[in-house]
Design a binder for this molecule. Structure first.
Ligand SMILES: [Zn+2]
Length: 250
C-alpha cells in the first residue's frame, strides 16, 4: 500500500490514489495554496449511509464515493481527503487540486475532508477524529493550510445536515481557535437547476443561456454574504458545465 509520505511527522500515512484504485479524473484544476478554510463532511447520503472500520472495506467505500460523484457529473471524487472509521486517510483530490465539496464559493479556497459514515445519530470513532486532527496539523505544517485558517462544518456554508447532528457540536472543542475563526456567513444560499430557462423552486429567474462560473471571485473580507444579491454561481457541480444552476439567498 503506497503512502504519500507527507504527514509522517504526524504519524499519518495517507493512502495514495493509486493504492486505493482511483479512476483517472476527467479534469484537474490546480489550487492555489495555502488556503484559508478547512471544511468537514460526512458521507451520509451517499451509499445508504454505509460506514467502514477496516482498510479493505474503506477502500471499497472510497471507490464507491468516487463512482457516485463521477456518475453525478463531478470530474473526480469531490473531497480532498477521506477518512475511514479505522483512521485510514485516503487521498481524494489532494491539496494540489480544487475540490467539489462545498458551496462553490469555497471550492477553490478550502480543503474538504470527508469522514466516511453518517454522523447524525452517532459520533465518528476516535481513530477517525484523531486522524482528522493530525491531517489538519500536517496541512498547516507543509504550508497548504494557513495557520490562521477557519474550520467549518459543511452546514456552515450551505443548508445541509452534513457533517451530522451528533458530530457537528463536537468540532468546536476539537479545533479550538480555528473553529469559526472567521465567522461563517450568516445566510444560506440555495441553488436550483435551470429548467427551460427558469430556475426551479422559488429561485431567481435566469433568462436564456449563461455560462457556469469560470472565473474566480475574489476573496471578500467577510465571506459569502459580501456577494451581491443574485450573483450566479454553481454549487458543487460547477466544474461540469453541462449543469446549469442559479441561486438565491434564503
Ligand atoms: Zn458535506
Amino acid at each position: 500500500m503506497q503512502r504519500t509520505g507527507e504527514c509522517l511527522e504526524e504519524e499519518l500515512n495517507i493512502i495514495t490514489r493509486d493504492s486505493w484504485g482511483a479512476k483517472q479524473p476527467r479534469k484537474r484544476v490546480s489550487m492555489i495554496t495555502p488556503v484559508d478554510y478547512f471544511i468537514i463532511h460526512h458521507s451520509a447520503g451517499f451509499l445508504d449511509n454505509r460506514a467502514c472500520d477496516n482498510l479493505l472495506d474503506c477502500i471499497e467505500e472510497v471507490k464507491d464515493i468516487q463512482k457516485e460523484h463521477m456518475d453525478n457529473g463531478y470530474v473526480d471524487i469531490g473531497y480532498h481527503y477521506l477518512i475511514g472509521g479505522d483512521g485510514s486517510v485516503f487521498e481524494g483530490r489532494g491539496w494540489q487540486y480544487e475540490g467539489a465539496h462545498a458551496f462553490s464559493y469555497y471550492n477553490n479556497i478550502s480543503i474538504g475532508v470527508c469522514l466516511i459514515g453518517n454522523f447524525n445519530g452517532k459520533k465518528p470513532t476516535n481513530k477517525a477524529t484523531t486522524a482528522l486532527s493530525k491531517l489538519n496539523t500536517c496541512l498547516q505544517r507543509i504550508g497548504k493550510l494557513n495557520l490562521t485558517h477557519s474550520v467549518y462544518g459543511h452546514r456552515d456554508v450551505r443548508q445541509t445536515e452534513c457533517p451530522g447532528d451528533k458530530y457537528y457540536p463536537t468540532l468546536k472543542e476539537t479545533f479550538g481557535a480555528s473553529w469559526h475563526r472567521e465567522y461563517p456567513p450568516p445566510e444560506y444560499w440555495s441553488e436550483c437547476r435551470v429548467n427551460e430557462g427558469k430556475c426551479q423552486n422559488d429561485a431567481l429567474d435566469c433568462e436564456g443561456e449563461y455560462k457556469v462560473r469560470t472565473t474566480k471571485i475574489g476573496i471578500l473580507p467577510f465571506g459569502l454574504h459580501a456577494l451581491p444579491f443574485g450573483t450566479l454561481l454553481c454549487p458543487e457541480h460547477e466544474e461540469d458545465n453541462r449543469i446549469k444552476c442559479c441561486i438565491k439567498r434564503t
